[in-house]
Design a protein around this ligand. Structure first.
Ligand code: CUA
Length: 308
């Protein structure tokens, strides 16, 4: 039965293959031990069952030295084997090889940001199949955790600390990036994705600047992860943590804080200045420092033009 259940996601990377091997190694041992224990139990119930009116005590049984040595030695050997296999896999999975792709990963409430060696940042990961990536992971606010189920490796994003992991995607496809540490209101939607593409496609992506087609404000919107928390139809986002940006005009009227553009600008750099009824002060107060003035204007224009 243990073999029939698909416990693990499809493995899309070298490290995941090794981790899955450890899982199956330990599971196979568990299946063997469980089978022996249950077989002995069932046999004993059948063979030594007391008769209906048998109320006698069972015979007093003292130790059986050989049996005790055997049932101590076998688990000791098995547990040692599991720890050796785990230690080898842990060491191999920490090794990035001679030419890893170095990516700076920044987590913040509630979005991921990935910076490539050429200095460009994106809200998602583009990865060449077959090449190791070394992720240097940090956080700007609280503790988050980086996880792609199909790549198995998991690492915390801690403010003021740089944690690394190595992932070597080998299977072309798109996989979710999930925050796996409870980090606040938007934790459950703090997601992005990794596109694993052929080395040629990756080279083409780098060459054309990894650009998102569309207005410049859209690139800022995506990179800063606005869509994780906000619904905005022009960007195709459906976040529900913060107010719906399709309704910006009605919200600006309620807020009564001057023209739409200045209301939007203020709401980004000073989110608590006006809180839409029903929404807490959950938006990070860092975007004013984090986004350059020019890009902030692009973002404001994009939102103003896209609002219904
Ligand atoms: Cu970030 Cu949960």
């Amino acid at each position: 039965m243990a073999l029939l259940i698909p416990w693990l996601p499809v493995s899309a990377g070298k490290e995941a293959h090794r981790i899955h091997f450890v899982y199956w190694f330990a599971t196979a041992i568990a299946i063997a031990v469980f089978s022996v224990v249950v077989a002995v139990l069932i046999y004993s119930i059948w063979k030594f069952r007391a008769g209906p009116d048998d109320e006698e005590d069972g015979p007093p049984i003292h130790g059986h030295t050989t049996l005790e040595i055997v049932w101590t030695a076998i688990p000791a050997v098995l547990v040692t084997a599991i720890s050796i296999v785990s230690a080898v896999v842990l060491a191999q999975n920490g090794h990035a090889g001679p030419d890893p792709l170095l990516i700076q990963v920044k987590a913040q409430q509630f979005a991921w940001n990935f910076t490539y060696p050429n200095g460009k940042s994106f809200g998602y990961l583009e990865a060449p199949a077959g090449r190791s990536m070394k992720l240097n992971i940090t956080s700007t606010d609280v503790i988050h955790s980086f996880w792609v189920p199909q790549l198995s490796q998991k690492q915390d994003a801690v403010p003021g600390q740089h944690n690394t992991i190595v992932v070597t995607p080998t299977r072309i496809g798109t996989y979710p990036i999930i925050c796996t540490e409870l980090c606040g209101l938007g934790h459950s939607i703090m997601r992005s994705h990794i596109n694993v593409v052929s080395p040629a496609d990756y080279a083409a992506w780098v060459k054309q600047g990894g650009a998102t087609t569309g207005p410049p404000g859209l690139a800022v919107f995506q990179r800063e992860g606005c869509g994780s928390c906000h619904t905005f139809t022009p960007a195709g986002s459906t976040g529900k943590v913060g107010p719906d940006l399709d309704d910006l005009k009605a919200e600006a009227l309620r807020a009564n804080r001057g023209p739409l553009a200045s209301f939007v600008h203020q709401s980004i750099v000073e989110p608590a200045a006006y809180l839409e009824p029903g929404y807490p002060d959950a938006m990070p107060h860092i975007f004013g420092q984090q986004i350059s003035a020019a890009e902030l204007n692009q973002l404001v224009q994009y939102l103003v033009q896209g609002a219904k």
